[in-house]
Design a protein around this ligand. Structure first.
Ligand code: TIU
Length: 231
């Protein structure tokens, strides 16, 4: 293991692409496009577009390197039976989870808003994890998929940095996975939370994981003999 060395904070990390996975968190229309869950909470959803170009590059790189790519979607069954009342009743959104909006019912599986944005759509065969919570391990089969594939390192991307990306990194770290977060592959409705959220991961010797970026990940893969550089 350790054929690709990625410059990162708090220090460089070596990974083997055969034992690593990209986990693309919740790049759904409900979070990134107007009329979805993110906007009902009062957020400026255009801020999340910042992560899309680097995520596109990372998907291209990972697929070229033969790495496992996993996508997640936050959402609920149409009858909302898997949505805790405490989540359904939270805050004062303009539309609640399950209400009908311009992209269908808010945060409900199968609705247009629940789907992944076109730019980052899963390729055939890539696992898509439907998760009811913020963390991708909670009430899903993600752990089984990763351990069955002998995955030890995750590159965790997506939205939002301090909510679902952070929760997943914390869950993954506690389950023994080494988590790398590329700073430009995630975004928040609150730029200051994005910055501080990343610092919280790499502080204290990398208490939850490592923070890098697409330029450094691309450079690391370009150094491979197979020349897997992103064009
Ligand atoms: N509201 C917010 O920042 N995030 C979420 O509700 N879910 C995810 O982060 N995916």
């Amino acid at each position: 293991m350790g054929s690709v060395v990625i410059d990162a904070a708090p220090q460089a990390i070596a990974l083997d692409p055969a034992h690593s996975a990209v986990v693309m968190i919740d790049m759904q229309r409900d979070f990134l496009e107007p009329g979805g869950f993110g906007e009902t909470l009062g957020n400026d959803v255009s801020l999340l577009q910042a992560a899309v170009p680097a995520c596109k590059d990372l998907l291209k790189l990972a697929r070229a390197a033969g790495m496992l790519v996993i996508h997640t979607r936050e959402g609920h069954r149409p009858d909302l039976s898997d949505a805790p009342p405490a989540k359904l009743q939270r805050g004062a959104p303009s539309l609640r989870i399950g209400d009908r909006g311009p992209m269908g019912r808010i945060l409900v599986r199968g609705e247009p808003g629940h789907d992944i944005i076109a730019e980052l759509y899963p390729a055939p065969g890539e696992p898509v994890i439907d998760k009811p919570g913020k963390g991708a391990f909670h009430a899903t089969d993600l752990y089984s998929i990763l351990t069955n594939r002998r995955i030890d390192t995750l590159i965790v991307c997506g939205v939002t940095t301090e909510v679902c990306v952070h929760t997943t990194v914390r869950e993954g770290n506690d389950r023994g996975f080494r988590c790398i977060v590329p700073s430009d592959c995630c975004a928040s409705y609150f730029p200051e939370f994005h910055q501080v959220g990343l610092k919280m991961i790499s502080a204290q010797g990398g208490i939850f994981g490592w923070v890098s970026d697409m330029a450094r990940i691309s450079a690391a893969f370009a150094a491979l003999p197979e020349a897997l550089a992103v064009a």
